[in-house]
Design a protein around this ligand. Sequence first.
Ligand SMILES: O=P(O)(O)OC[C@H]1O[C@H](O[C@H]2O[C@H](CO)[C@@H](O)[C@H](O)[C@H]2O)[C@H](O)[C@@H](O)[C@@H]1O
Length: 529
Amino acid sequence: MPNTHLRADRVETDLDRLLAAVGDGLVVASNRQPYRHDYGDDGEVTVDRPTGGLTAGLDEVMRRVDGTWIAWGDGEADAAVVDGDDTVSVPPDDAEHSYALRRLWLDEDEVEGYYYEVANQVLWPLCHAALGTVESCGDAWVDYRRVNDQFADAMADAAADADGDPLVWLHDYHLALAPRQVRERTGAEGSGESRHVGGPSADPTLAHTWHIPWPGWDTFRACPNRAAILDGLLGNDLLVFHVPRYCEAFLRSADRGLDGTAVDFDAGTVDYRGRTTTVRAAPMGVPVDRIREQADSAEAAGFRAAFRKNRGIDRDTRLGVGVDRLDYTKGIVQRLDAIERLLAERPAYRGEFTFVQVGTESRSAIPAYADYQDRVEAAVERVNDRFATDDWRPVVYTTDYVSDEGLAGLYREADLGVVSPVRDGMNLVAQEFVAAGGDDPGVLVLSDQAGVHDVLGEHAVSVRPHDTEGFAAALDDALSMSERERRRRANALADGVEDDDLDSWLADVLGAVASVASPDGGVPTRADH
Ligand SMILES: O=P(O)(O)OC[C@H]1O[C@H](O[C@H]2O[C@H](CO)[C@@H](O)[C@H](O)[C@H]2O)[C@H](O)[C@@H](O)[C@@H]1O
């Protein structure tokens, strides 16, 4: 069993020192951008923030360094509209903490092939072990490679422009080929020379966080272009997954799926083409203090009260809440099946318990996503048709936008937070629910198929999403739990998300970067003092 878990031997790390060492040499690359600018005909610019824990979390990080973030410039703009200006300063409302956002303008065919086809109809279902949903790559692979090339160009440029030693931090499955392509551009292909934070270097340190699961070899072997994906990722110095079982699965794939690799399962490393890639686990956390403030805010309190009133939910009705992108991996249909079973078998909950499902539309141009949205709506209607009365609905479903404060308010209002993906890299909603809990916290009902279950599972009520009977029984257990047990679990969960919050994750990743960049010294940690 490889020793990959960064938390297992975590030393107290001085995050400020790590951030200072990185400074403006940090180049982040992700498909999704943190801010989307829409340029109206009248010249007016509106800015919004795309959904997703990844961009929200990284934005918090970037506000603390003066680096560059490279991303696909989706939105109603293109290079012509913005007059070739591909870099803006963000966040729009916080000049003191600004950083550069460099957008890549992709044409429609590239978006189709790279984002909709390879990333989200091949790699996403494959990594979530939804093989029935995997499509053939076909010509789309050419687009995927070309867009990765564009990212690599931008990363190499930004790294060359950075003061000091650059760190390029890539994110996710959209950019699997880009690490190798960056190496080709920086002339360090195959050299494998070590880099040193603070010393001269021709070659950037490359770290890559893969936010979704890495599947078992039996699944990954079905991947078209699997050797190219592995070859690309092994251009990194550091490859980070959320939990150790994904590291193990990756090491196995590297061992079996690519000629010329030497995998050290104990050390969690892969030697390939003259370079060592270190594979580590660091579960992503959430900004706990910020979420607490949001849940404490007047806006959150107002939202809770207004939500009940506007949706016809009685003050005394107990609430469950689920918040998800409308993605077939999120297990929303299975959740609704379990709620239906609960109400069928425990009639005492009728009129006494309402489940609120907030859904955010996602990737709707993909048939499997459009179908899923229909299936969720049909399941909501079915449960409501079966049990609703004149003054009570078992399920309240909304796809309306809800602000961060509104969500934090809903979490605090809820007796149950239900997070039941059929497979999920991490899932930050579970942690947000815990962080938002107040004096009278609710119970977390959590799928054992989510990465976050490896971290919080012990104190949550665990469910297997496809076991409708067991899931319904777990909901009953959660709703009938004694106050003492509920508080005991909630306190343990709160301690967990606080200890392993967003800053801890960042410190873990940057600490690992420092040790791969400079195994003999690198950036000092608190433990050195
Ligand atoms: O960018 P989209 O195609 O609109 O999708 C949104 C994001 O979905 C995925 O999120 C994952 O990352 C989260 C943070 O680590 C994790 O908690 C969650 O469980 C994952 O599903 C995807 O990985 C991101 O790249 C997308 O931006």
